[in-house]
Write a new protein. Structure first.
Length: 214
């Protein structure tokens, strides 16, 4: 069975999507599939992900007839996913090293394949500024107690620093009604279940990179 499915919703990200998909395709050490969903992007994103699909049999590229938002695009991919665990990456993000997913897979196995595994990441901006977003605590995976669970999950509402067990996500799927940020951008929050098997991974040397405009 496919170990992980990496889901990438794509819209208006032409300058970044090629590097994003190359960074996912370059991941080694685990059985992986990539689902890049063209959310009716008005630029060349659709053509770029189609080229990657031709170059790699690990990547599929469904196209939506009209843009329905990031939540619907993720749900389209979730419905197709075969992986035991789901990871979500935005089209302007990259995995910085080629062993990131293998390391996360090792953490999943070490903690009994939890419902949710949290990990740290790094933001880099085109102007050169960067900052690391860590979870704190000692290196290595750590189980979250029942008392901590809700606070830990709500402390980081983004989806790109979490690996979800597919069976945990599929019953509820992805919220399609966005919550609006202060800057006016819509954000669909990830599911935050309270099942008994959630785990988190404190800050480590491995990171994923987010590109955000200055």
């Amino acid at each position: 069975m496919t170990r992980c499915s990496v889901i990438v919703p794509v819209r208006s990200a032409e300058p970044y999507v090629d590097e994003c998909l190359r960074s996912v395709r370059g991941q080694a050490g685990l059985d992986l599939e990539i689902i890049a969903v063209d959310d009716a992007s008005p630029d060349r994103c659709g053509a770029i992900i189609d080229r990657h699909a031709r170059e790699s049999d690990r990547l599929t590229a469904p196209h939506l007839a009209r843009s329905l938002g990031v939540g619907h695009a993720r749900n389209e991919a979730i419905a197709r996913a075969r992986g035991e665990h789901l990871l979500f990456l935005d089209a302007d993000d990259t995995y910085r090293d080629d062993d990131i997913l293998a390391a996360l897979d090792a953490d999943l196995a070490a903690t009994g394949d939890p419902d949710v595994l949290l990990f740290d990441y790094e933001e880099r901006r085109p102007c050169g500024l960067s900052r690391r977003i860590g979870l704190g605590g000692a290196p290595g995976p750590r189980s979250v107690s029942g008392a901590e669970r809700t606070g830990v999950l709500r402390a980081s509402w983004v989806c790109w620093n979490k690996a979800y067990r597919r069976d945990f996500v599929v019953p509820s799927r992805w919220p399609t009604t966005p919550r609006w940020t202060a800057g006016g951008a819509p954000r669909s929050r990830p599911p935050t279940g309270t099942g008994p098997r959630e785990r988190w991974r404190p800050c480590t040397a491995r990171s994923r990179t987010a590109r955000n405009a200055c």
